[in-house]
Design a protein around this ligand. Structure first.
Ligand code: NAD
Ligand code: USQ
Length: 398
């Protein structure tokens, strides 16, 4: 299949592009490199030394004999160029990773909030409008988030995207309807993903655009079978207070003897998936595109759930580390339970890798190998959800 990967230079996009290419698909990567510029803005660098995209592509050709095309454009603003690209490439599928994906970054300041909404909504809407304008039957595969469901503790397994509700009409007769699961976003970033869902619903209904929305959990790990094939293919690994996600941060912290930064009680339960499963899920979603039509297909792309405090204990036990409870910079529930269905991806053949697979030790090895690149001053989270969270953190560190 011909596949365009928007955001193909990023943490999930790069290994997914390689996996699609290794599986025989013709891949075109689109990126505007804004993520690399965000590192400069924040004064941080990936734990792993990521090579410029042109060099990555050359290394992949040498390692696999396969070519990947690259187009530099801003999906949120270069609308005409993107439409032209779709008309020229005529892809069977477009995988859309090209969004600002950090919750703390999205909450740093009004400009960061506005950038996140502008970038994410315009990117998604431009893609959908361009697919319609190009007049090609393209399957859109979007990376959404488990966070759209929110973290209320109700004893249900979260369904895959939809909820069936019944309500009485004015005559007292009951009606039943499937609605998008009510969203409860916990950051401006998560809000942008909640709003994306409405864009998909509209274009699926109005124009028959075929869409799969993957509600992905927190990704952990770095390398995949493909990125391991040459050091120049190494994947990004964020550990800083803005872009680092919780388990990857704990791995880096443990590797350099920095006390694990548990926010608050650590009673937050979240959904997780290993990067090796991410790339497989993307391939499964793309290759099963013929099944999609009518209602947007939502698949929960996660393999397990864990409490943050339990993850910290696991890392402390496996690697040896102290656990620090830091004041939580985020406005979020201290405790929640979470269970979710992932039948659709399991049904397509996903065989999940779980945390007990031994990969944790491999990841710590990577963190230790590159520990010279770690700047410990960039570990604390300095993005506050509101003033009372800021005061709580400042009081604790005073
Ligand atoms: P990332 O920031 O590493 O990658 C995103 C890529 O998109 C970057 O290379 C960036 O330069 C590019 N990009 C952003 N805006 C663009 C634009 N307007 N035009 C062109 N390129 C643009 O993020 P990631 O971790 O790879 O996440 C990819 C997607 O997966 C995001 O949509 C994110 O919300 C979702 N997701 C990520 C995680 C995770 O834990 N990393 C979990 C769930 C969902
Ligand atoms: N947390 C800590 N200590 C840390 C960092 C985070 O306790 O050092 C806590 C946070 O307070 C939060 C939880 O860990 O309760 C998860 O935080 P995170 O930064 O790992 O994940 P999150 O902000 O939710 O965002 C990440 C990705 C995002 C994706 C989302 C999936 O950056 O792109 O959409 O995971 S999900 O969480 O399922 O919505």
């Amino acid at each position: 299949m011909r596949v365009v990967v928007l955001g193909g230079d990023g943490f999930c996009g790069w290994p997914s592009a390689l996996h699609l290419s290794a599986s025989g698909h013709d891949v075109t990567i689109v990126d505007n490199f804004v993520r690399r510029r965000a590192d400069d803005e924040l004064g941080v660098q990936s734990l792993t030394p990521i090579r410029p995209l042109a060099e990555r592509i050359e290394a992949w050709q040498a390692a696999s004999g396969r070519e990947i095309a690259v187009v530099e454009l801003d999906v949120a603003h270069d609308y005409d160029a993107m439409t032209e690209l779709l008309i020229t490439v005529r892809p069977d599928a477009v995988v859309h990773f090209a969004e600002q994906r950090s919750a703390p970054y999205s909450m740093k300041s009004p400009p960061h909030k506005r950038y996140t909404i502008d970038n994410n909504l315009n990117a998604t809407h431009n893609l959908l409008a361009a697919v319609v304008q190009a007049g090609i039957d393209i399957h859109v595969v979007h990376l959404g988030t488990m966070g759209v469901y929110g973290y209320e503790t109700v004893p249900v397994d979260l369904p895959e995207g939809y909820l069936t509700v019944s309500y009485p009409d004015r005559h007292g007769e009951m009606h039943s309807r499937e609605i998008l699961y009510p969203t409860q976003p916990g950051s401006v970033y998560h809000l942008s993903k909640s709003l994306d869902q409405l864009l998909f619903q509209f274009y699926a209904h109005n124009d028959g655009v075929r869409v799969t929305d993957l509600h992905q959990g927190i990704v952990w790990g770095t390398q995949t079978d493909e990125t391991e094939r040459d050091p120049r293919l190494i994947n990004r690994f964020d550990y800083d207070g803005d872009y680092g996600t919780v388990l990857n941060r704990f791995i880096v912290e443990a590797a350099i003897g920095y006390p694990l930064t548990v926010h608050g009680t650590g009673g937050q339960t979240r959904a997780f998936i290993n990067i090796r499963d991410t790339v497989r899920c993307i391939r499964l979603a793309v290759e099963s595109g013929f099944q999609v039509g009518g209602q947007v297909r939502v698949m929960n792309q996660m393999t397990e759930t864990h409490r943050v405090a339990d993850l910290a204990q696991l890392v402390a036990r496996t690697i040896g580390a102290e656990v620090d409870r830091v004041a939580n910079p985020r406005q979020e529930a201290d405790e929640n339970q979470l269970a979710a269905r992932n039948d659709r991806l399991l049904g397509l053949g996903l065989a999940p890798i779980t945390l007990d697979s031994g990969l944790l030790a491999t990841e710590v090895g990577i963190a230790r190998a590159y520990s010279g690149r770690i700047d410990a001053s960039r570990i604390p989270c300095r993005s506050f959800w509101n003033e009372s969270r800021r005061s709580a953190v400042e009081e604790q560190s005073a």
